[in-house]
Design a protein around this ligand. Structure first.
Ligand SMILES: Cc1cc2nc3c(=O)[nH]c(=O)nc-3n(C[C@H](O)[C@H](O)[C@H](O)COP(=O)(O)OP(=O)(O)OC[C@H]3O[C@@H](n4cnc5c(N)ncnc54)[C@H](O)[C@@H]3O)c2cc1C
Length: 417
């Protein structure tokens, strides 16, 4: 009979969030396993796909601390300014990095590049065993640990872990198996994602345009290209997906205008259904939920992954400290303290994201006037604009070490913890 591997921490799902956590725990004494259904180099890996992600400075610093940024940087475009407008109305606001005394407000990197950088060397990480392809099918808890069933080639049938971290995405199998509560808001919208080439230089500007159909983001990329996230109601998105490239570009141009001149090329389009999913509690016994499994946000403010990386940084710091002290990483006190520590940042980001979607998706003329005055006020009042920029850059949270660009290992003796 096959023996059952025993680990301290099993991470289920090696997408952007699970792989980041696995890398963040590289220097800890914990024995870790990572089970991922689709191997990182597979072109069909669903997390490392054709989307691009706007990374806040806290995320760049985390990748720097993990030694991953040098691989990402050549394909990450700096954001030098953000231009926010409301289609057909007068309000416009501009946030400039230079106004904040910064070189950039963030960076935009393709998910494939992020995935490649996170996965490079993962299989040789000393404290980690990577099982891929391995799909988690079952989960059974006891006081001492969790037994998890795996399905895949050449993988054990079961693994025993003191702590299971579920990073298995919005449709989390573990969440369903454990029958855990979830609050859901279906926005009835889809986000169409594609690369576009504008005639004019984007100059590092990111554009967020609120149209009658939903928010439209055009983000700078390297090589003069832009990444498009075009949100609209799902029926309309199906129709736009069915158009040929020329007809689609014409509609895009109409919605976005000519700030970047004419769009001359459109890459492959993909549509994502958009919703707000939130687990009221992230902890169930010795299973903890992170990333999209715990909370899925509308991409309007580009916050989902950035927030999840601050979760990862806090969690890695706490688990590392527990492991160094010889403690139990799955102990209720450890998990609940972590959950409490992350509540305020999460609450702020969910409120910002959901509030923006609701405010700008509403055709009510009083709300429309209010939001235009809001945008104008933001342009005129530096304090208000700065507040918004700080929130979007993740600066309002108490930051864990990795989000400040500091390694975990020196926590005890470098006096900066
Ligand atoms: C259109 C769009 C644009 C976005 N733009 C931004 C942005 O600009 N900035 C930002 O911060 N965020 C952005 N986000 C959010 C960001 O993409 C998510 O926060 C991020 O992808 C979440 O990653 P994850 O690893 O939690 O989940 P996923 O990416 O869903 O990964 C889950 C992983 O788990 C694996 N898995 C699933 N089930 C199992 C199983 N049973 N066993 C083993 N493995 C399993 C899957 O194969 C996958 O690899 C955007 C989202 C969308 C939809």
């Amino acid at each position: 009979m096959q023996t059952m591997p025993e680990v301290d921490v099993l991470i289920v799902g090696g997408g952007l969030v699970g792989a980041s956590l696995a890398r963040a725990l590289a220097g800890s004494p914990l024995r870790i396993a990572l089970a991922e259904a689709v191997p990182p180099a597979d072109p069909g890996q669903p997390s490392f796909d054709d989307r691009s992600t706007a990374l806040a400075p806290t995320s760049r610093r985390l990748f720097q601390a993990l030694g991953r940024w040098s691989e990402i940087a050549p394909e990450a475009a700096p954001i030098r300014g953000i231009h926010v407008s409301d289609q057909g109305r007068f309000g416009v606001t501009r946030l400039r990095a230079s106004d904040e005394g910064l070189e950039t407000l963030g960076h935009v990197a393709p998910n494939r590049v992020l995935g490649r950088a996170l996965a490079a060397g993962l299989e040789t990480q000393a404290n980690l065993h990577l099982y891929a392809p391995a799909r988690v099918t079952e989960v059974e808890q006891s006081d001492a640990g969790v037994r998890v069933g795996l399905d895949g080639d050449a993988v054990p049938e079961r693994i025993h872990a003191r702590l299971v971290i579920a990073a298995d995405g919005s449709r989390s199998r573990l969440r369903k198996r454990l029958g855990l509560a979830l609050t859901e808001r279906d926005y009835g919208q889809s986000g169409i994602v594609a690369n576009v080439a504008p005639a004019r230089d984007h100059g590092g500007w990111a554009y967020e345009r609120f149209t009658r159909e939903g928010p439209l983001a055009v983000l700078p990329q390297t090589g003069g290209r832009c990444a498009l996230v075009w949100t609209m109601n799902t029926e309309r998105a199906d129709a736009v997906m069915a158009l040929d490239d020329d007809a689609c570009l014409a509609q895009l141009q109409q919605a976005f205008g000519y700030r970047l001149g004419a769009f001359v090329r459109l890459g492959r389009r993909q549509a994502y259904p958009l919703q707000l999913l939130r687990m009221p509690r992230r902890v169930a016994g010795r299973v903890l939920f992170v990333g999209n499994a715990a909370r899925t946000l509308h991409p309007v403010a580009g916050q989902g992954f950035n927030l999840a990386l601050r979760d990862v940084a806090e969690l890695a710091e706490r688990l590392h400290a527990v492991a160094c002290a010889g403690g139990d990483p799955g102990a209720a006190g450890v998990l609940h303290d972590y959950e409490r520590a992350r509540q305020a940042d999460e609450g702020r980001v969910v409120a910002l994201t959901d509030g923006l979607v609701r405010l700008f998706s509403n055709a009510n003329p009083f709300l429309a006037l209010g939001r235009n005055l809001g945008l104008l006020a933001m342009d005129l009042l530096p304090t208000l604009r700065r507040e918004f920029a700080h929130q979007a850059m993740g600066r309002r949270a108490r930051l864990p070490r990795l989000s400040r660009g500091l390694p975990l290992q020196m926590m005890v003796d470098d006096g900066t913890s």
